[in-house]
Design a protein around this ligand. Structure first.
Ligand code: CAA
Length: 387
């Protein structure tokens, strides 16, 4: 099997690595401490085409494939997980969702300004009472008598980039009696009346990525801003998440790679009992287990990225690949960052090094865009055909 990247993919990986190392790495620790949103570097990422990686050029994006997207997210996550999730949600859950399901007019109006990174975007599915059980939404949208607009009343929580987003893809029930077949996808403009932001979440990790609740009160949404058809919202939400999980897998891979590289270097440099600690079998066993997980996570992530484009070409689903990659890479990131802290000893626990940040940042990859439990359930259902 040939896993060689194309020239274009290598070029994207190398240029994103340069950008991440030169612009993001120097500010990552400070933003982790203050929790300040890294607006300047996100705008710079936009200028480099990294906020519309897969968006076709006619809608202001870079027109690249899913592998380029995953490579870019990995490179950014290897220096800062916060930047990488801001980029992943913006690219994958917002831009790609509208590109896949939206109209030409929606793409011009709502993707073009966002693909350049000049406006930021979010995705709102989760509600206070519905996280894993996403179909259990209470947010409601009621069509006007003349059919020209919906009145939306909604409360959504844990919205990545909620505090800074101009536009949001939001899901609400238009026909609550129909369960998951009664949900509809809308594009929300946060500058319109009826939109409000709630409390910002204080978080363990990815602290520079801003997360908040949002609330819509009698918000009027044009019928032209419905994505797909009324009632198709749940399937749209799930298809978007299949692709989003490739981004989270790549994020976990990047965090894991950074933690692994640091541990490897430290095991060569740190002397104990007169020798580098890398000479001890207990360190070597850790390095071996970390390396195997890292490379397995990479293979599953690349397979899922490639599978996403194949699914688009064939009209199939990429759910299994997306779930396997996200589940494996996130658990690998937890294992590898934990082992890296251990190899670094006291220095791994100190804020003088980025190792403890990698460890804190890795945890969320097992939770958002579907917990590990949900991924196991999905993989089990897809493999057995039973539920
Ligand atoms: N693609 C296409 N269709 C899909 C689909 C997919 N991936 N997944 C489900 N569907 C369809 C099913 O085929 C089914 O259609 P039919 O009735 O016509 O057969 C319909 O949708 C309902 O599916 P299920 O019966 O499987 O629904 P469920 O309620 O049993 O389970 C779930 C759904 C998989 C548990 C889902 O609720 C889920 O994925 N939960 C996790 C939610 C999640 O990931 N949230 C993340 C929030 S966003 C976020 O985290 C972003 C961030 O901040 C970084």
């Amino acid at each position: 099997m040939d896993f060689t990247l194309t020239e274009e993919q290598q070029m994207i990986r190398d240029s994103v690595r340069d950008f991440a190392q030169s612009e993001i790495a120097p500010i990552a620790a400070a933003h982790d401490i203050t929790g300040e949103f890294p607006m300047d570097t996100i705008k710079q990422a936009g200028a480099l085409g990294l906020m519309g990686i897969q968006v076709p050029e006619e809608y202001g994006g870079s027109g690249l494939d899913s592998t380029c997207f995953a490579l870019a997210i990995e490179e950014v996550a290897a220096v800062d997980a916060s930047h990488s999730v801001i980029m992943s949600v913006h690219n994958s859950l917002y831009c790609n969702g509208i590109i896949e399901f939206g109209t030409h007019e929606q793409k011009l109006k709502y993707v073009k300004p966002v693909a350049s990174g000049q406006e930021l975007a979010a995705y709102a599915l989760t509600e206070p009472q519905s996280g894993s059980d996403a179909a259990n939404m209470r947010s409601k949208a009621v069509l006007s008598a003349d059919g020209s607009y919906y009145t939306i009343n909604a409360k959504k929580s844990w919205i990545t980039s909620g505090p800074v987003a101009r536009f949001i893809v939001l899901f609400a029930m238009t026909d609550p009696d129909k369960g998951n077949k009664g949900a509809t996808a809308f594009i929300i403009d946060t500058e319109k009346a009826g939109f409000a932001r709630g409390k910002t979440e204080p978080k363990l990790g990815i602290r520079a990525s801003a997360t908040c609740e949002i609330e819509l009160t009698d918000y009027k949404c044009d019928a032209a801003d419905v994505i797909g058809k009324p009632g198709e919202g749940f399937k749209i939400a799930m298809t978007i998440l299949d692709a989003g999980r490739v981004g989270i897998a790549a994020q976990a891979l990047g965090i894991a790679r950074a933690a692994y590289d640091a541990a490897l270097q430290y095991s060569r440099d740190r002397i104990a009992f007169g020798k580098p600690i890398g000479t001890f079998q207990m360190t070597q066993a850790k390095i071996a287990d970390m390396k195997m997980r890292l490379e397995s996570a990479r293979l599953l992530t690349m397979q899922a990225a490639w599978g996403k484009d194949e699914a688009k070409r064939t009209g199939g689903r990429n759910s299994l690949n997306g779930s396997m990659a996200k589940l494996y890479a996130s658990e690998a990131a937890m294992f590898i960052t934990h082992a890296s802290v251990q190899i670094h000893g006291g220095m791994g626990y100190s804020k003088e090094m980025p190792i403890e940040r990698y460890f804190r940042d890795a945890k969320i990859t097992e939770i958002y865009e579907g917990t590990s439990e949900i991924q196991r359930m999905l993989i089990g259902r897809l493999e057995t055909g039973l539920r």
